[in-house]
Write a protein of this length. Sequence first.
Length: 304
Amino acid sequence: MKKDLLKLLDLTREDIHEILDTADQMKFSQKHHIPHDHLKGKTLAMIFEKNSTRTRVSFEVGMYQLGGHALFLSSHESQIGRGEPVEDTARVLARYCDGIMIRTFAQTEVEELAKKASIPVINGLTDFAHPCQVLADLMTIRERMTRLEGLKLAFIGDGNNMANSLIVGGLKCGMDVSVACPEGYDPDPVVLDFAKTAEGNRFELVRSPAQAVADADVVITDVWASMGQEEERAVRAKAFTGYCVDQKLMELTHPGCMVQHCLPAHKGEEISAEVFEAHADEIFEEAENRLHAQKAVLYLLMRD
Ligand code: CP
Ligand code: NVA
């Protein structure tokens, strides 16, 4: 593993499997009350420039369960919101803390922070990527389907941070990945270039949700307007007409097909309430697995 977790493009297939195996162990230890305070006395600084429920709570609880401590830094209340340069914040936090988790807009800000900080930096979501979420998704799929290799993952919706990370994570783990986005809402070109290099023609980008979900083992979707795009909501709702994951679409999938959603969900937009509730157990397990997957990342990056 490298010093940081900034995006799945930086990880090898072996790195991802090491995280997923460690995450399974973390989950087992937590469920069976086996002590695992591997990060005793260590502190994680969590910088949030966007809202969060799951990421904040799972990182904070995760650090506590590992015997360490996490502290919340909102950009509005810290000097970050008043323009203190990232390189200075990095050098200050490295003197108090053992790791930094950051949720922000530009991927370049996270990359810059990691370059300047001598301690590990973890991406807790940028406009480009959401690696911690996709590690939890892969963990959940593997847990329920017993494998990843050879399964078909279909993503329906916006070519956003989730789509970018799912394409990279899915392909690196040997899955077939099919993405349906409306024109103008494609995944990042860097990710599409990566997808072209995947062996065995395992990626397709199409306009038809029906084509993408055909025979899929797991269907994943996400909101049509991400954080920072609130003003585009009406325009996007129009552009994404026909991209709702509903029962009719699910009928085209492989029997036993799973559904994942990183949450929060806008039921009636990207997913019907019927499909959401039919797969709620899988979706909330995915949310739970954020905790276990991130504890694995924290342990692998911050242990002595
Ligand atoms: N899925 C996810 O990252 O949730 P939060 O925005 O609540 O952290
Ligand atoms: N794509 C969404 C994910 C939220 C967890 C966003 O960036 O807002």
